[in-house]
Design a protein around this ligand. Structure first.
Ligand code: PBG
Ligand code: ZN
Length: 327
């Protein structure tokens, strides 16, 4: 009778597709977009081959192209013309993200527009909020930065953003934002919290993309160390308790165990395949060492398998194209 159970029967070539458990779809994907107030034509990002910064007046047509491919959500990052210690250009009604949101919503009303709520692209020191002297030296000040995040999120909501995505890993951030948004009548605006965000070397290429490198220190006093899984889970649990609508694990690929655990908390979960994950695949593929399409589809399928409901990926437009070809 040996072997009674032949697993290879389930993998007979024309049976396989029927039994596949995880299928990527275009509704799983969120495309990040960089909008740069200082340029008038798209500018390639060297550290992320195939990615561009777009000028404000070009962003609506990019969003329209993504929509035509069948993508329904974008995540916006802004590069402002001015940086200040207090990040005041981040909550200006005429700021880069605010203008971009209005243009996308006017051109493609159905597009789900998500905005990154953080200060690191808007501060001259490059940290994610207000810097000041703490008991232990200069650091990101928690409570004064909360106020700043509220103002940024409200200005994004005012411009028409559907979802705000605070990424600065402050304590009390989600509760504070929820109260501020509700206070202003934006109870229908969702909060997608970067609830479990690690201090990762994989953000390297993003620093050039968003011009958000920091001038001193690091981000380890607010982001999580890669070895801390209980802390990682507690961070997401707390954001859930404070009213987050969507949780996030970032980066994605190195942190699938965390993603699986966070997906058990009962809320939708987004996974962010970050710039370093993108560029590693892209560069190896450019050298002919990896097959790009196969590697990308494998990476995203595994992220979905681990529990992601949404995947933020710089490959979104390519993947939509590949999924469209298949039909
Ligand atoms: C800023 C922010 C970062 C990323 C998204 N939002 C960088 C950081 O925290 O240092 C990284 C995204 C990527 O690498 O693709 N808060
Ligand atoms: Zn930041």
């Amino acid at each position: 009778m040996f072997p009674q159970r032949r697993m290879r029967r389930t993998r007979i070539r024309h049976i396989q597709p029927l039994l596949r458990e995880i299928h990527l779809t275009k509704n799983d994907l969120v495309a990040p977009l960089f909008v740069d107030e200082t340029i008038s034509a798209p500018r390639p990002i060297d550290s992320m081959p195939g990615q561009f910064r777009y000028p404000i007046n070009g962003i609506a047509s990019i969003a329209a192209d993504l929509w035509k491919r069948g993508l329904h959500a974008v995540l916006l990052f802004g590069i402002p013309k001015e940086k200040n210690p207090d990040a005041c250009s981040a909550f200006n009604a005429e700021g880069v993200v605010q203008q971009a949101v209005r243009r996308i919503k006017a051109e493609v009303p159905g597009m789900v527009v998500i905005t990154d709520v953080c200060a690191c692209e808007y501060t001259d020191h490059g940290h994610c909020g207000i810097i000041g002297e703490s008991r232990n030296g200069p650091d990101l000040l928690n409570d004064p930065s909360l106020e700043l995040m509220n103002r940024i999120a409200i200005s994004h909501a005012e411009s028409g953003a559907d979802i705000v995505a605070p990424s600065c890993m402050l304590d009390g951030m989600v509760g504070s934002l929820r109260a501020a948004l509700d206070d202003e009548g934006y109870e229908e605006v969702l909060i997608m919290s970067y609830s479990t965000k690690f201090a990762s070397a994989l953000y390297g290429p993003f620093r050039e993309a968003a011009d958000s490198g920091f001038s001193f220190g690091d981000r380890t006093t607010y982001q999580i160390h890669c070895g801390n899984s209980r802390q990682a889970l507690l961070e997401s649990q707390m954001d859930a308790d404070e009213g987050a609508d969507i949780l996030m694990v970032k980066p994605a690929g190195f942190y699938l165990d965390i993603l699986a655990a966070v997906s058990e908390l009962g809320l939708p979960v987004a996974a962010y395949q970050v710039s370093g994950e993108y560029s590693m695949i892209k560069c190896a593929a450019e050298r002919g060492w990896l097959k790009e399409k196969e590697t990308v589809l494998e990476s995203l399928t595994c992220i979905k398998r681990a529990g992601a409901d949404l995947i933020i990926t710089y490959f979104a437009a390519d993947v939509a194209g590949w999924l469209n070809e298949k039909q």
